[in-house]
Design a protein around this ligand. Sequence first.
Ligand code: DGL
Length: 261
Amino acid sequence: MIGVFDSGIGGLTVVRALMECLPGYDVLYFGDTARTPYGSKSPSTVIRYAIENTEFLLSEGAQAVVLACNTASSVAPDLLRRRYDLPFFEVISPAAEMAVQSSRKGRIGIIGTRATVASGVYEALIQKLRPEYRVVASACPLLVPLVEEGWLKKPETAMIVKKYLRPLKANQIDTLILGCTHYPLVADLIQAKIGRRVRVIDSSTGVANSMKNAIEQDTDLQKRLKRNGRYRFFVSDTTPQFENIARSILKRPIRLETHAG
Ligand code: DGL
């Protein structure tokens, strides 16, 4: 079973990508809705949550864990890999690689939570791959609550997106990384505001492809991950919006289970 965790609903965009890329693989999702947002917490708190979420996924039978959260992916993977003997997949490196490959002018923009932007992980990875590239990052703290609230098409959301993207537009970026798994849910809005010529990279598709490659190369992992088409969805707190938004992301009704976190 592939264990996936996020601070809330955003990680379902990763589940959607996994369903497309690895059809039939059993997936166990945990959205830590009681403690969201992670993006305004300190690295040590996010690391503690990542450990607790991993413990829960392991207790439910996960054989590999996907950090479907850029904030957790920016601070926790090294420690998790040292602590547990199982494969961890994070969303940042695949998105950084996709951005580097897609950029024509070497001007990459990143939007994410405050914690992700403060970690500087995207910049470090991109500069390692292409030291000559220019990278501009902008924290967009209001977008996660707007998405969790289901305000995906509201004019207020469009106005806020436009304001957040202004410095990136001024820097004439040609590629924009959606460095938060909530943002694909407002990708159309972001694309419209940043302009059609900018290539928008969704961090959820990259991790699904990197997991697919890892499974293809690892016969042990192939044997351990079951393919019964079973999906389970846990949250640490139920909200009325969650099921509706989840249904619109995954295009199927889901049954939510609760784990207190
Ligand atoms: N979805 C998470 C991410 O990708 C963060 C949202 C939050 O702040 O909890 O960073």
